[in-house]
Write a protein that binds this ligand. Structure first.
Ligand code: ZN
Ligand code: ZN
Length: 364
């Protein structure tokens, strides 16, 4: 039996208005009547967030209880899958500011296991963004003002996968030892002795073990990876078991990178770490790896949501996007350049160079 459609709406007990999750107080807040409702587990001991079996996940053999169906709209420009209020008819894609027509399509997907709730309010995130823009002297002043006073940033829960695995790797390779050979060469018509470095290679083989915990992979392509990578680190120890209340007043993006695509990326990361371990295990001055046989076990995964404040602006025909980590305030975005500011700087530079030249000439 399919899971029921998740509407993710939380009407206020007192007045029926929509509640929103308040990052400053970590409660559900009614902006209409001021009512406050608790969310999550409160101050009880943090429950362990269970992982799901990866082999079953990759075989698409997941319990119906772990799946959910949500109403999503796909952006025609950037392909983001975003949940919008069902009673809104038209909206803007929060990732690229393209107008989208809300459709009533539903999307069945693996339910999030955990969520890192927003800890920074929109005002704090916007201050962080305008400070960041202010630190870029070459950014157009108009854009800075627009970002400071402009419309609100969108709070988006961005989808990620995390992968765990125990790895046991047998390898064969070679260990290289550097030694020097003395050679006699002719230099300036004289016989001279020089030291030439050489490498002696010996076969090497062995076994390395490593447990990977929560290898994090972005499960969407709506934001450039260089943006989201720059928002790290994420404190995954602060993850809360998923409760849709955390999403009240925010948007959650559906994952568009599948579980197996994400696992390919996680494997590439794991293999790079294992190669490093093998080189260390081989030792010596140089290492060659001929073969590695990685045995994976205890493979699990989670689908998690991480909080990002996002602004997409169209300013003088160009679009700019800025992202702020919703827990740490770290900022990343398109670096805007003001052609006029740069031109003025170049002219000033030439004037300074000219002035120095003139001074030198009079003194010389
Ligand atoms: Zn209310
Ligand atoms: Zn879009």
């Amino acid at each position: 039996m399919p899971a029921p459609l998740q509407e993710h709406r939380f009407p206020c007990d007192m007045c029926g208005s929509d509640l929103r999750f308040d990052p400053a107080k970590a409660v559900l807040q009614c902006d209409h009547c001021g009512n406050v409702q608790p969310v999550g587990q409160g101050d009880t001991a943090r429950p362990k967030i269970a992982e799901l079996d990866l082999r079953r996940g990759l075989a698409q053999n997941i319990d119906a209880a772990e799946m959910e169906e949500t109403r999503v709209t796909t952006c025609p420009n950037c392909a983001a899958q975003v949940e919008f209020d069902p009673d809104a008819h038209a909206a803007e894609c929060p990732f690229c500011a393209t107008p989208v027509v809300i459709d009533t399509g539903t999307h069945r997907h693996i339910k999030p296991r955990a969520v890192l709730p927003f800890a920074l309010t929109e005002e704090v995130a916007r201050d962080a963004m305008s400070d960041w823009l202010g630190s870029l002297w070459f950014a157009p002043s108009g854009l800075k003002a627009y970002a400071r006073k402009g419309r609100k940033m969108s709070g988006i829960y961005v989808p990620y996968w995390t992968y765990d695995a125990q790895t046991d790797t047998r390898y064969t390779g070679e260990r290289g030892t550097v030694y020097f050979e003395t050679r006699t060469v002719m230099r300036d018509g004289k016989r001279t002795q020089v030291q030439v470095p050489k490498v002696r290679w010996r076969p090497a083989s062995g076994r390395v073990y490593r447990f990977f915990d929560d290898v994090l992979v972005l499960a969407s392509r709506s934001l450039p990876k260089r943006f989201t990578d720059a928002l790290q680190p994420w404190d995954l120890t602060a993850l809360e078991p998923y409760a849709p209340e955390y999403l009240a007043g925010f948007r959650a993006e559906g994952y568009t990178v599948s579980l197996d695509e994400g696992f390919d990326e996680a494997r590439a990361h794991m293999d790079a770490m294992i190669r490093r371990d093998i080189r260390f295990d081989i030792g010596g001055d140089r290492q060659r790896i001929h073969a590695m046989d990685v045995d994976l076990s205890h493979m699990t995964f989670k689908h998690i949501l991480l909080p990002v404040w996002l602004a997409a602006y169209r300013y003088r025909g160009k679009s700019y996007r800025f992202v702020v980590n919703g827990t740490t305030g770290r900022v990343q975005g398109e670096r805007p350049y003001s052609a006029i500011k740069i031109a003025v700087a170049v002219v000033l530079g030439l004037l300074v160079a000219g002035a120095i030249g003139a001074v030198m000439a009079t003194q010389g």
